[in-house]
Design a protein around this ligand. Sequence first.
Ligand code: KIV
Length: 285
Amino acid sequence: MTKKVSILDIQKRKDEGVPITMVTAYDYTAASLIDQTDVDMILVGDSLGMVMLGYESTVSVTMDEMIHHAKAVARGAKRPFLVGDLPFMSYVDASEALRNAGRHLKEGGMHAVKLEGGREVAITVEVLVQAGIPVMGHIGLTPQRISKLGGFKVQGQTAVDAERLLQDALALQEAGCFSIVLEAVPAKIAEKISTALSIPTIGIGAGAGCDGQVLVYQDMLGMSEKYLPRFVKRYAEVGDITINAMQQYVEDVQNRSFPGEEHVYKIKREELDAFLERFGIFVEG
Ligand code: KIV
């Protein structure tokens, strides 16, 4: 096992120009698998609302649901740096944010929290950081505000919007964020923001000029049936593998080729005979 990743390692990667890797995970099994790789950070994202719970969006996700999944991930992943999302409406003011971010660290076993928004959440970030809670920002396409944004749209496509994103990023850095997710932002803008910041940016749909990348576990492993945005690269077809395996299982059970000899427990001949004799059952062989 390689060394446990700390918040200092994340900054060091930026300082040394080594790209940072982050993936989402929501359960013990996925976390244990990721733990065996060199992935730097796991995000217990509120995207769990869609990929684990079947909600329409992240808006319905509750703090209790986040903690439930965070705990499972923390039990499975001992090496990566763990970040827990603060769900919609869980950081409406600084005291709510403190209470919920505190839960992520104390109950969920996370090392940091992530929240969405720019300058409007800077005060909240400051309060959390002062209380000793590392915060990752998230700007660009912010799914919790999807109704306000009018849909899953690329952000920062005009000079004015791009400037707004840059100012948001600088404000979050100033407030004490240790890193910022840039979601669905033109690559050239994300690159400029990354250069302007001394803290690392983690891109999703923001190009290779970011200091790191994040992908949703189910998306990158080909487990999502729904439409995938163009920024997702599928590294495996686990969905197809799963469907084929399930279908094979059904066939094996139906044609009685499973369970086979190698899957059953044995009993000694004399014990079996004694049993059959006791119950007066006559069996040949
Ligand atoms: O919830 C999530 O999965 C996220 C990532 C897409 C960055 O916020």
